[in-house]
Design a protein around this ligand. Structure first.
Ligand SMILES: C[S@@+](CC[C@H](N)C(=O)[O-])C[C@H]1O[C@@H](n2cnc3c(N)ncnc32)[C@H](O)[C@@H]1O
Length: 249
């Protein structure tokens, strides 16, 4: 997304959604509605401007994705987030998108977030408890788990919608296996440069969307082979999130 889009003066959740609508990122009423209902400020750490269109640090070397990225993924998945459907959010981070999924699939559906940093799972639960999705968490149709999201979450499979919030060198097979026929997955694929791919569970159908950069889908034991991990072994820290690449010394 171009830099002019940043909306740096925006200080209300509704204004952020209207801004995304104005720039054609949000086109559906359902996506606008859910993003208006889930206040992003509840998910962004204090001291950050919550409605600016930029990823933000949430600790543990992770970020909350930019609003345009959340909106894009919701737009791409909305047909597979109908009431009663099952949705999986891999790399759920702050829990923002998992909360949106849960409100869209409703109490008869199932929304599962899997995040590999347990501290983020704990804080995402606190965030959601303050949000409009709190009753769904209480009733159990919204669940957050600590684990390696590359393995999916078989318990609630198969899924109508799978979102992966961190880049993978290739699409993990367990996620393909857990996608329902007719289901749709949105996943950034690649190492240094990534394509946001839309994968539909129909033989031979794979759609590719414009390139963006994402945080790497990685392993907590640092045995993964991503560039970020390689650099971190040498005391360097590379973050590649939503088009922002920062090398931290
Ligand atoms: C760009 S952040 C997006 C977070 C979330 N979508 C949000 O906006 O709050 C990517 C997240 O993926 C998580 N992650 C990376 N590798 C993972 C893995 N193997 N399993 C589960 N989560 C992972 C990171 O810890 C991080 O929270």
């Amino acid at each position: 997304m171009e830099r002019f889009f940043s909306g740096s003066g925006i200080n209300k959740n509704k204004a952020m959604v209207e801004h995304l609508q104005r720039y054609g990122v949000i086109n559906s009423k359902k996506v606008a509605q859910v993003m208006e209902t889930v206040d992003r400020a509840l998910f962004v750490p204090d001291g950050n401007p919550p409605y600016v269109d930029s990823p933000m640090q949430i600790g543990y070397n992770a970020t909350i994705s930019a609003p345009h990225m959340h909106a894009t993924c919701l737009e791409l998945l909305q047909e597979n987030l109908q009431p009663g459907m099952h949705a999986l959010d891999v790399g759920s981070g702050t829990g923002y998108l998992t909360a949106c999924f849960a409100l869209m699939v409703g109490p008869q559906g199932c929304a599962v977030g899997v995040e590999h940093i347990p501290e983020l799972v704990a804080s995402s639960i606190k965030n959601i408890e303050k949000s409009a999705a709190a009753p769904l968490l209480k009733e159990g149709s919204l669940k957050l788990h600590a684990g390696d999201g590359r393995l999916g979450w078989p318990e609630c499979a198969p899924y109508d919608a799978i979102h992966v919030g961190a880049a993978a060198p290739e699409i993990p097979q367990p996620l393909i296996d857990q996608l329902k026929p007719g289901g749709r997955m949105v996943i950034p694929v690649g190492n240094i440069f990534q394509d946001l791919k839309v994968v539909e569970q129909e033989p031979g159908r794979l759609h590719q969307y414009p390139q963006r950069d994402f945080c790497p889908l990685c392993s907590t034991d640092k045995s993964g082979g991503s560039v970020a991990q390689l650099l971190s072994l040498h005391g360097l820290n590379l973050k590649t999130c939503s088009g922002h690449i920062v090398l931290m010394l």
